[in-house]
Design a protein around this ligand. Structure first.
Ligand SMILES: [Zn+2]
Length: 201
């Protein structure tokens, strides 16, 4: 079992102040969350730097990713160190993620910049973020309902823009500390979301 935060912004997102080194330190200090996905807004600049910093420590793992401002709302791609080609239509992003063995996730769908019910018109999206650290309970519940309706996996992400937001929600994933295995397990639904203050989804 591994524990992961799948939605984190570094200082390479214009609206975040988290430094790559701080994120690494937080993972090293945490008792059990040892995996973090970097998902800056429309930028992959932090991925290589942070992965390199993490490579000195075998018990933590950085998964590169990005949060794309698609024409219909925000979408995460987890498992990429490259930006997809434009135009950034949601269906093209899903297809791109699939082609490079990454995964596509609708970020905070029922909040500002979320895709809302557009998700229901898309083909083969891998997951929906059903627990976003910055979303209201109602918005998260609605996302959970949509994931259930569509029979796709639900993920959690702090959507941290400052260190105090990090790991406020996280995922329990039934696999080991390996990026490909983690992505595979998410697609297979071997994932549970946890809110740190309520102990449960
Ligand atoms: Zn975000």
């Amino acid at each position: 079992m591994i524990y992961a935060d799948l939605h984190i912004h570094t200082m390479y997102s214009s609206d975040s102040i988290i430094q790559p080194k701080t994120l690494i330190d937080m993972l090293l200090k945490h008792n059990f969350i040892k995996v973090a996905a970097i998902t800056d807004h429309d930028s992959i600049r932090a991925c290589k730097i942070t992965k390199t910093l993490a490579s000195d420590y075998p018990d933590i793992l950085i998964i590169p990713g990005v949060e794309i401002s698609t024409t219909a709302g925000d979408m995460l791609i987890i498992g990429t160190e490259e930006l997809p080609p434009k135009p950034w239509n949601p269906q093209d992003i899903i297809d791109y993620a699939k082609a490079i063995d990454a995964i596509s996730i609708a970020a905070h769908p029922y909040r500002l910049y979320g895709m809302g019910d557009t998700i229901k018109t898309l083909q083969n999206i891998d997951a929906i973020e059903i627990l976003n650290g910055g979303s209201s309970l109602t918005a998260n519940q609605q996302a959970k309902q949509t994931a259930k309706e569509l029979h796709i996996s639900g993920t959690a992400g702090s959507d941290a823009h400052q260190t105090t937001d990090l790991f406020n929600v996280y995922n329990k994933i039934q696999t080991n500390l390996n990026t490909d295995n983690i992505l595979h397990a998410i697609k297979k639904g071997l994932i549970t979301t946890v809110h740190t203050t309520t102990t449960n989804t």
